[in-house]
Design a binder for this molecule. Structure first.
Ligand SMILES: Nc1nc2c(ncn2[C@@H]2O[C@H](COP(=O)(O)OP(=O)(O)OP(=O)(O)O)[C@@H](O)[C@H]2O)c(=O)[nH]1
Ligand SMILES: [Mg+2]
Length: 229
């Protein structure tokens, strides 16, 4: 049966119950929220269900694991991704969705614009700027950030066959899209301090894991033919 909604928005969710009410109240009309509960112990799944979201459960931990489960559950022609920690406003989703819907881009990534001190710690900003410069050289895309809000065609994304299930998933997406010849553009998206305790960027372990996952992917990319490092 054809989906009745044009966009599925995938929210990977690990213990974000405090952020969900604001988040799900900010959905653009006709977009569907898919909350992928990644083993939360704070009742996130019940909160999301009560608020009318489609909830799926992915017990295997990892950002990529949750994001990919959401992709597999989606049915709309366009999928969008947004963190579930209220650092980005779902009302801004049309900024990444509309150029894809209009056929002007195969994927649009949201470049983070911090709205307050502390929204985006300095070490994370420096790491992302470095990552974006590596990505520019590797793929030729004019990217300045690997932002967490993005949109693209569901079927095109599925065809990339992404395999990372941890924090390298968004990077693998851009590397594979580069190989596939996609047109990727970037738009500015306001980025605010998250609701709830920081899990990745604000913690040493999370940051080190992310750097490890991404370095492995970038090292692989420069060895593969078709990429000029
Ligand atoms: N860290 C982490 N996040 C997950 C996981 N599964 C789902 N998520 C969700 O993925 C999104 C991004 O994670 P965040 O913890 O916000 O990562 P971040 O923005 O780099 O860092 P902080 O906001 O400082 O924690 C959030 O909505 C999480 O709830 C997982 O296994 N680990
Ligand atoms: Mg966050």
């Amino acid at each position: 049966m054809a989906p009745t909604h044009p966009v599925d928005v995938i929210f990977p969710c690990l213990d974000e119950a405090a952020a969900l009410p604001w988040l799900l109240g900010r959905m653009p009309e006709s977009y569907r929220a898919i909350v992928v509960d990644n083993g939360s112990t704070d009742g996130s799944a019940d909160v999301a269900r009560t608020l009318g979201a489609t909830v799926i459960s992915e017990p295997r931990r990892g950002f990529g694991s949750a994001a990919h489960a959401g992709l597999l559950a989606a049915t709309a022609p366009i999928v969008a991704f947004c963190d579930a920690d209220a650092s980005m406003d779902p009302a801004d989703l049309p900024l990444v969705v509309d150029p894809v819907a209009a056929g002007r881009a195969d994927a649009v990534l949201g470049r983070r614009i911090p709205t307050a001190r502390g929204a985006w710690p300095l070490h994370a900003r420096i790491a992302n700027r470095y990552l974006a410069s590596r990505l520019r050289r590797t793929t030729g895309f004019a990217l300045t950030d690997l932002g967490p809000m993005r949109a693209m065609s569901r079927e095109a994304m599925l065809s990339l066959g992404l395999t990372d299930r941890r924090s390298g998933y968004p990077l693998e997406l851009v590397l594979r899209a580069g190989e596939a010849g996609w047109r990727i553009t970037e738009v500015g998206i306001p980025y605010s301090p998250r609701v709830g305790r920081s899990k990745v960027t604000g913690t040493l372990r999370g940051t080190l894991n992310a750097i490890q996952d991404m370095s492995r992917l970038l090292a692989g990319a420069t060895q593969v033919g078709g990429f000029s490092a």
